[in-house]
Design a protein around this ligand. Structure first.
Ligand code: ZN
Length: 264
């Protein structure tokens, strides 16, 4: 299904330029943030009304140390899971999957935990902040389906524990105070150092250290394209900045390249 094209002729000429950059690039990568998933109905948890305006994020150290903190953590996760459940990838996710399949994009580095890039068909997805698609036992590393844990939470369990060892369970997302996964981060840095084009999409580029990745790419000679509805600290450095809706813009880009979108 084609999305409504983003309106103006100016926007159209910008998406033409992005398509040209992609066709001239050999090692393009995308960097994505919450903005690409808002069109799938997932609220940006940092925005007003988002989940972090209602709950204080629980620090990893507090999660480990305090039953009260763990209850808070799971209360927030229970509500957050209701927002994620059932979300489908949108045209933006599908356009990036299409670019990868066509050999125009090497990888996606994402701040998102929703798994929608993979649902859209993207294969090389580096999840800097982990994933909400499973829960993990901090003792024995057993994995649990989040749906199963959600059922327990909805049934009144406040702090779910591992069935096999009784250890603490936690979503496989990265909490504040918890180190980013070293292997993922080093692969992301390597991609950004070697890339010749980085598309920074739907990220305000302020959360560190993730946000410095597009900067590293730029400083190593890559072109930098920013598609985000609000200003970012890197706008002045960018080769192109687009404020239009992501799904419609990326749809135009893949169409300019003569590609289609994978089925939703
Ligand atoms: Zn366990």
């Amino acid at each position: 299904m084609l999305e409504k094209p983003a309106g103006s002729a100016a926007a159209n000429s910008l998406t033409h330029r992005i398509a040209r950059y992609l066709s001239e690039s050999l090692r393009a990568v995308a960097f994505t943030g919450a903005g690409i998933s808002t069109e799938s109905g997932i609220p940006d948890f940092r925005s007003p009304g988002g989940i972090w305006s209602r709950y204080q994020p629980v620090l990893f150290q507090d999660f480990l140390a305090s039953e009260k903190a763990r209850r808070e953590y799971w209360l927030m996760k229970k509500e957050g899971y209701r927002e994620l459940r059932g979300a489908k990838p949108n045209a933006g996710h599908r356009a990036l999957a299409s670019l990868e399949a066509a050999g125009k994009l090497r990888a996606i580095i994402t701040q998102n935990i929703d798994g929608l890039h993979q649902d859209a068909g993207s294969r090389r997805v580096l999840e800097l902040h982990g994933t909400s698609r499973h829960c993990i036992c901090l003792e024995c590393s057993a994995r649990y389906e989040p749906e199963l844990i959600q059922d327990r939470l909805e049934a009144g369990v406040e702090v779910p524990r591992c069935d096999s060892c009784g250890g603490l369970l936690k979503s496989a997302t990265i909490s504040f105070g918890q180190a980013l996964p070293v292997d993922v981060l080093s692969e992301a840095i390597d991609l950004c150092i070697k890339t010749d084009l980085i598309l920074a999409i739907g990220s305000s580029l302020v959360v560190e250290p993730a946000a410095s990745l597009p900067l590293q790419a730029k400083q190593n000679g890559a072109r930098l394209v920013i598609i985000n509805k609000t200003e970012t600290p890197l706008d002045d450095l960018a080769d192109l900045v687009l404020r239009d809706p992501i799904g419609a813009s990326l749809t135009q880009v893949v169409q300019h390249l003569g590609l289609g979108l994978p089925d939703s």
